[in-house]
Design a protein around this ligand. Structure first.
Ligand code: DAH
Length: 339
């Protein structure tokens, strides 16, 4: 029996394995219940009493040596996996570079969110439009300069097909179909035939808001503007409405907010006035309501329109409009934390 033990000991000491499966096969061969080492333990019962002590010791040594050998083979193949593939599966994953939200998207979502809290829902319209929705329905006179080729991109003339110059066209599209009360905001891209510079671009983005119902008043407009401005720029923001003119509103106004950069004291950004212009607004002209099939004696409404680039500039002080469309990663990555 001692011979058998020694033979097995030598055999086990010389074992090798290439992978985990081979190690497992060896473990079963030698150490499982029906394995060769266990078989020797069964033979142990017939060993004469005077040899039991020495034989028992030898058997235990064999079992320990076999267990150690199998464990060291197991460890070796596991380490070999790392060495051959070069991948350390235990390492923490390196952070993946994630994209960032575009600043204009961030600001658009913020504007939408504020108006949503006031009960406005989103409406959209096409970027390729006709004269009726962009101009005629909105009370533009036949000789209004915005209808000129110098301001508008025409795709076709007579009948006119053009790129919308403002999101006010969505007002018409909604009013033509829906019955008041109407409470919508319309975010979207608009196009104008402008030379591209730091301060102007041939396309930009607007958000339009429209509220039509019975008894909608200028006070409702003003309160909505105040709420929007304070949510957007902080609760200490003041607003100021200056009389203005738009064909589709009467009366019309432009809204300024107190300058966020100098807090109203006057700086380069606000041209030392303490105020910056943000948007155009007014009470929907009865002609527009009627053109869209809404009874202007029964209903009234307010509308407002703002440029998303302008709001973004104010929030993040982007000096050059062209940055928004150049896709320079260095610029876009600055908005990582706003993701
Ligand atoms: N459509 C105007 C523009 O593009 C902005 C505007 C002004 C929209 C007044 C309105 C408004 O709804 O009431 O300059």
């Amino acid at each position: 029996m001692l011979d058998k033990i020694n033979k097995l000991k030598a055999e086990i000491a010389a074992l090798t394995a290439k992978d985990g499966a081979e190690v497992e096969a060896l473990r079963i061969k030698y150490l499982s219940k029906k394995g060769e080492v266990s078989a020797l333990f069964n033979d142990f019962r017939s060993v004469p009493a005077d040899q039991k002590k020495a034989m028992g010791q030898a058997l235990n040594e064999l079992k320990n040596a076999a267990t150690e050998k199998i464990n060291s083979l197991k460890e070796a193949v596991e380490n070999a996996d790392t060495e051959t593939t070069g991948i350390d599966l235990t390492r923490t994953a390196a952070p993946l570079p994630l994209g960032t939200r575009h600043p204009l998207s961030l600001v658009r979502e913020e504007i939408i969110d504020i108006f949503r809290r006031l009960g406005f829902s989103i409406a959209e319209g096409p970027e390729i439009e006709d004269d009726w929705h962009v101009f005629s329905s909105l009370n533009f006179a036949a000789d209004h300069p915005a209808r000129d080729m110098q301001d508008t991109f025409f795709i076709q003339r007579n009948p006119d097909v053009l790129l919308r110059t403002h999101t006010s066209s969505v007002q018409t599209r909604v009013m033509e179909k829906a019955e008041p009360p109407i409470r919508i905001i319309c975010p979207g891209r608009v196009y104008r035939n402008e030379a591209i510079s730091a301060r102007a671009h041939c396309f930009f983005h607007q958000v339009e808001a429209l509220y039509v119902d019975k008894n909608v008043s200028y006070a409702d407009l003003r309160q909505t503007l105040l709420y929007f401005s304070r949510e957007m720029f902080g609760q200490d923001t003041e607003i100021r409405l200056r009389p203005s003119y738009f064909p589709f509103t009467e009366p019309s106004a432009e809204m300024d907010i107190s300058c966020k950069i100098c807090g109203g004291k006057g700086c380069n950004f606000c041209k030392h006035t303490g105020w910056v212009e943000i948007l155009g607004c007014g009470m929907v002209d009865p002609n527009v309501l009627e053109a869209c099939g809404i009874d202007s004696k029964k209903y009234s409404g307010f509308a407002l329109g703002m440029g998303i680039e302008r709001i973004t500039n104010l929030k993040y002080q982007v000096k050059d409009l062209r940055m928004f469309s150049e896709n320079d990663k260095r610029f876009l990555e600055e908005f990582e934390s706003a993701r």
